[in-house]
Design a protein. Structure first.
Length: 69
């Protein structure tokens, strides 16, 4: 689960880094496309890792006792 959490942080970091590069840095058209593709890949991997963590953690945690629900 630690590896999944580390991958999650790295993927979201890549998403924000390459997304901001694609939006705000003056680059050639091909470089912007590559930055946008890397940002998209970071987004997809980040979402997949987040959902994987949620599926592993959620069954072990209870928010409220069953009598209150």
């Amino acid at each position: 689960m630690k590896l999944l959490a580390i991958a999650n942080v790295v993927a979201w970091g890549a998403f924000w880094t390459f997304g901001l590069i694609a939006l705000f840095v003056e680059l050639a058209r091909e470089e912007v496309l590559i930055a946008a593709l890397l940002a998209g890949l970071g987004f997809l991997v980040g979402v997949a890792c987040h959902l994987g963590l949620c599926n592993r953690i959620a069954p072990t945690q209870r928010i409220a006792p069953k009598a209150e629900v």
